[in-house]
Design a protein around this ligand. Sequence first.
Ligand code: FMN
Length: 366
Amino acid sequence: MRGYALKIGRYEVPYPVIQGGMGVRISAGRLAGSVARCGGVGIVASAGLGLDNPKFTGGNFFETDALELKNELKKAYEIAPDGIIGTNCMAVVTDYADNVRASCEGGAKIIISGAGLPLSLPKLTEDFPEVALVPIVSSVKAIQLIVRKWLKNYQRLPDAVVVEDPDTAGGHLGDKLENICSGAYDQYATVRGVKAFLQEAGGDHIPVIAAGGVWDRNDLLYALEQGADGVQMASRFVCTEECDAADSYKQAYLECTQADIGLMMSPVGLPGRAIVKNIPNIHQHDRDAEFICPVKCLKKCSYRECGERFCIVHALNRAQHGNVDTGLIFCGSNAWKADRISTVSEIFTELFEIGSVDLDVRVENG
Ligand SMILES: Cc1cc2nc3c(=O)[nH]c(=O)nc-3n(C[C@H](O)[C@H](O)[C@H](O)COP(=O)(O)O)c2cc1C
């Protein structure tokens, strides 16, 4: 079998697994550090961190968001001082530029950016040329747009590309609701299409990473066989001791069936994949609540603009804290496969059939 190592920008990643960013503290410093310590890429998701900072007073979300992002990066590096640790920054959030800046200042080696096209990412990181830039796309057209713009304006190519499959991935999805699971999408045809385009654009060294539905070693080997250079896995890391979510959040994964996982519309205007059985409760919670938007976290939000749907940052935050009745639990289509709480090192051991001695990185609680 070929060597597994993956090169992203100037960083050599021992195992070709990126832990997908999971917003509002599902993947914070502890999970990211633990994955990086096992030899994968650990990703702190930047979305919604500010709500839990002790200095958050209601009106200073953007400030506390940036502070928390740096705190979580610090925690991750305490676990894996030499690890490959980065952040996930979503283009749809109001403080996108601040998140990117805080990522660079906090020592992120990689910024993975989707939920909108990260057209300005090279500009926002121009003082930090060592930071690898990785767009997330769901189509060849999207990467063509990004690459043409980046080449024209910044003479820069991406350092890797994540191709996220709307039919299987968790969280916000990059296609219209009616197109998802319609049979129109072919995950690995898109991976190969993106690879072919990058080669034409002079980037045959650029790794293309498949995201969505990768759960076990067979899925990983299949992805590599189908032309991906690595995988991004998110849902699989939720049921680990090191995941930053509350125990009842992890329990919701353990208890969910395939029929509980579905699509919903987010107030940002994008569809998302989640455990959907409690979505009516989330709507009801915000219908009952006094209409408030203390943080204006999204550039475009139907809840803020006209009270439609619900406040997503608070719904995700409630879930992260363990309120699974009125909290939003994003998950990929394979989350029903979770059957126990393991450790991150156990997942790596299974994925790569390696001795757990090499990866005995059990992290202390807290
Ligand atoms: C709980 C959860 C939260 C997520 N949050 C984000 C996020 O903040 N930003 C983002 O770009 N992707 C987010 N995603 C998508 C993942 O990073 C990843 O690409 C996708 O879920 C991969 O599919 P998998 O979960 O089947 O492995 C999230 C996914 C989950 C399951």
